[in-house]
Design a protein around this ligand. Structure first.
Ligand SMILES: Nc1ncnc2c1ncn2[C@@H]1O[C@H](COP(=O)(O)OP(=O)(O)OP(=O)(O)O)[C@@H](O)[C@H]1O
Ligand SMILES: [Mg+2]
Length: 445
């Protein structure tokens, strides 16, 4: 797309000369006679503005024009000698620079190009800011449609006190999601995590509910339970599927009335906690088998977040890699990049251990490499899953590598679908809309 110059100059001849000159240089040009006309223009990437105009002073109008066409820059043309006062005023009001009549067109072109460069940088920065905001929520990274939906759900539920159930295979980020919901909720208390599978059955009840001195042998002093620890905060019940049946009833009662009674205590105490549960088990199946209480299942599954396995959202892999490499960079003080071959193999592999596995792979591979992680540095089991991948380029950044790879996948899918776009989108597992967007982006006909 051509960049657009708006020329605001009431002197007809000069306006025409400028228009012709910049059109010849490949710009789109719109000429205006007055400030009013200029403010009504549709768009502009740079504005060349005369000072004396029929409906006002150009310099005074700089702030309004800049606001109107943000992030475009304004260059002032003035008929007077480089009068220090005018210059300072124009620059103070936000003009990019100014040029005095008579001037050489080539000099004005240099100004225009510099101004455009600045505008482009500003635009890129805005774009980048928008994008980093979209692909990250707290410490969670995800660009896939499924992760984007999860971000949306998290933001909505964080503001409430609703119990949340997070499901997903091991290593998909359940705990990270729970922590992030807590952070977003701005609850003033702590985030307390309890792994129901890791604490011996007999101890879990006293850990959760606490006990009074002398409640049982060994209870030499009274102790607060983890539920009370999480007062005004969030209690994360990890591996809830492993909670013993007897305790499930007690938990359910707590969820109903938010009161705890320490073991051996007479008094109940009201506690304000938000509960988040997680499991990698199939709870309905456990209910079916009688290993999980149906009423508890219904009580905790009102709002659930299911995190798909990484192999179902491979679009997330490249940004996860870049995020993880930055983490490794912080630890090791060494910069790491990834080669095209390694990236391709990592996109082919299916990750039974999900994001945690990807992290481990990159940690290992970074140890083997001297800065550029190549196919040969990957563990053998990945090489077996993605055999003999050729390295194609070394000087491209991750984004360019991903674009190459994505293009290749789209072309393959189109070939399989015999050119039928709808079918190709199905094969790729993306929506028709995003396929159309990508075809345009990569210029695929
Ligand atoms: N979307 C993500 N973005 C960034 N890091 C992630 C993401 N998902 C997972 N991780 C990282 O992967 C690792 C595993 O995540 P986490 O412990 O939350 O998984 P989990 O689902 O609780 O696993 P498990 O079921 O084995 O307990 C953590 O180091 C976490 O920070
Ligand atoms: Mg976990």
């Amino acid at each position: 797309m051509k960049e657009k110059i708006l020329i605001v100059e009431d002197e007809k001849t000069l306006r025409e000369i400028l228009t012709e000159f910049f059109e010849e240089k490949g710009f789109e040009v719109e000429g205006c006679e007055t400030l009013k006309e200029a403010l009504n223009a549709k768009s502009a990437d740079v504005i060349i503005l005369d000072v004396r105009l029929p409906d006002g002073n150009g310099i005074e109008a700089v702030p309004e024009i800049k606001r109107r066409f943000d992030p475009a820059e304004v260059i002032i043309i003035t008929a007077y000698e480089r009068e220090a006062k005018t210059a300072v005023k124009a620059l103070k009001l936000g003009a990019f620079d100014y040029i005095t009549k008579p001037f050489k067109l080539e000099d004005l072109l240099i100004f225009v190009n510099k101004a455009l460069e600045k505008t482009r940088l500003k635009k890129n920065y805005e774009e980048l800011k928008k994008r980093t905001k979209e692909i990250q929520l707290g410490d969670i990274i995800g660009i896939s449609e499924s992760m984007q939906e999860i971000f949306e759900k998290m933001k909505r539920v964080a503001k409430t006190n609703i119990t949340v159930l997070i499901t997903g295979e091991s290593g998909t980020g359940k705990e990270l999601v729970a922590q992030t919901i807590h952070r977003l909720s701005e609850r003033s208390g702590k985030f307390v995590a309890v792994n129901c599978a890791a604490i011996p059955k007999e101890l879990l009840e006293s850990e959760l509910f606490g006990y009074e001195k002398g409640a049982f042998t060994g209870a030499t002093a009274s102790k607060k339970g983890l539920i009370e620890e999480a007062h005004k905060g969030t209690l994360f019940l990890d591996e809830i599927g492993d909670m013993p049946l007897e305790l499930q009833g007690k938990l359910l009662r707590f969820l109903e009335d938010h009161k705890v009674r320490r073991i051996g205590a007479r008094q109940e105490k009201e506690v304000d906690v938000r509960i988040i549960c997680a499991t990698n088990k199939n709870l309905p199946e456990l209910v079916e088998k009688g290993e999980f209480r149906k009423d508890l299942y219904f009580r905790i599954s009102g709002f659930s977040i299911d995190i798909p396995p990484l192999k179902k959202r491979k679009e997330d892999i490249p940004i996860l890699i870049s995020h993880i490499l930055k983490e490794i960079e912080k630890e090791t003080k060494t910069r790491y990049q990834i080669s095209s071959g390694a990236l391709k193999a990592l996109l082919i592999y299916d990750y039974p251990g999900n994001v945690r596995e990807l992290k481990n792979i990159l940690k290992q591979a970074s140890l083997m490499s001297d800065g550029i992680i190549m196919y040969e540095h990957l563990p053998d089991y990945i090489k077996r899953a993605a055999p003999v991948i050729k390295e194609t380029s070394f000087d491209k950044n991750l984004e360019e590598l991903v674009a190459d790879y994505e293009k290749e996948l789209i072309l393959q899918a189109l070939e399989k679908a015999k050119g039928v776009k709808k079918k190709a989108a199905e094969i790729l597992g993306i929506s028709f809309r995003s396929l159309r967007y990508k075809l345009e982006k990569y210029g695929i006909k």
